[in-house]
Design a protein around this ligand. Structure first.
Ligand SMILES: Nc1ncnc2c1ncn2[C@@H]1O[C@H](COP(=O)(O)OP(=O)(O)OP(=O)(O)O)[C@@H](O)[C@H]1O
Length: 244
């Protein structure tokens, strides 16, 4: 893969198998004693191929259930693909309500685990630990398991780790929609600062204003298919037409 490319995806697909379970109640069990729960396959991503160049900010748009979060999770290595291959050039961080963080670990432990996954040494993490906690504004909760955090607090911690530990490729899933107004302002400031220069960002958002403002290119997804990938305005037009 060329050094200019941050992400290369070739023919990736993802199928989820879900069971339609009506066996949860005593009545359900009695009536369905000879009918096993039915399984349904959901094709969340269909044969997607694309490339993202280093330093690009790519918008991912599409209606609910079109596959945006599944795609970011696959690219960030949270889910395996069912077919195709993905090549990633750099360290990654997914920010989506704490996906990628362990809810059974404390904030302190998560900082060390996530930062070391991004390639940092313990001493390097020691040096920025207080900054991460201060930026996330969770000073009173350093040794609390994050399962006791509000979703906004988890999001702030994940964003803070990504910002301070400096992942090369950031997957930001609706960051402008979580957290309170103060956190959103902070996220926007970071996004508009020089810090973001040179980093690759995949930005999921339902706000076309945000996509238009920050994205160099955009991808429009529909029912798990990559319908269009290219000019941001054109992707937005296609999405708006799909909403009519
Ligand atoms: N863990 C899972 N198990 C089963 N099905 C899933 C899972 N995650 C997603 N899906 C299904 O895959 C499809 C794509 O979902 P995904 O969350 O990627 O969509 P999305 O575009 O991010 O939606 P939204 O805008 O609502 O966040 C949907 O049909 C969803 O029901």
């Amino acid at each position: 893969m060329s050094q200019e490319i941050a992400i290369q995806a070739e023919n990736i697909s993802k199928v989820f198998h879900i069971t339609e379970d009506n066996h949860n109640t005593v009545k359900g069990r009695l009536f369905n004693i000879f009918n096993p729960p039915r399984s349904k396959a959901i094709m969340a991503l269909k044969h997607m191929s694309f490339e993202v160049r280093k330093g690009e900010c790519i918008g991912l748009i599409g209606r609910n259930g079109s596959g945006k979060s599944t795609l970011t999770r696959i690219l960030a290595g949270v889910y395996p693909t069912d077919s195709g291959y993905i090549q990633i050039n750099g360290t990654t961080m997914l920010m989506n309500l704490g996906v990628g963080m362990s809810h059974e670990l404390t904030a302190r432990e998560n900082v060390y685990v996530s930062s070391s996954v991004m390639g940092m040494k313990i001493k390097e993490v020691d040096a920025i630990f207080d900054e991460i906690i201060a930026f996330a504004e969770i000073e009173g909760f350093v040794d609390t398991k994050i399962k006791f955090f509000s979703s906004g607090m988890v999001a702030r911690l994940a964003f803070s780790i990504a910002v301070k530990a400096g992942a090369d490729i950031m997957f930001l899933d609706e960051i402008f929609a979580v957290g309170d107004a103060k956190f959103q302002d902070k996220a926007i400031k970071v996004f508009e600062s020089s810090w973001i220069q040179g980093r690759t960002v995949i930005l999921v958002s339902h706000s076309m204003e945000v996509i238009k403002k920050y994205c160099t290119r955009a991808a429009f997804l529909k029912h798990g298919e990559l319908i269009y990938y290219g000019d941001t305005e054109k992707a937005i037009d296609l999405y708006m037409q799909d909403n009519q």
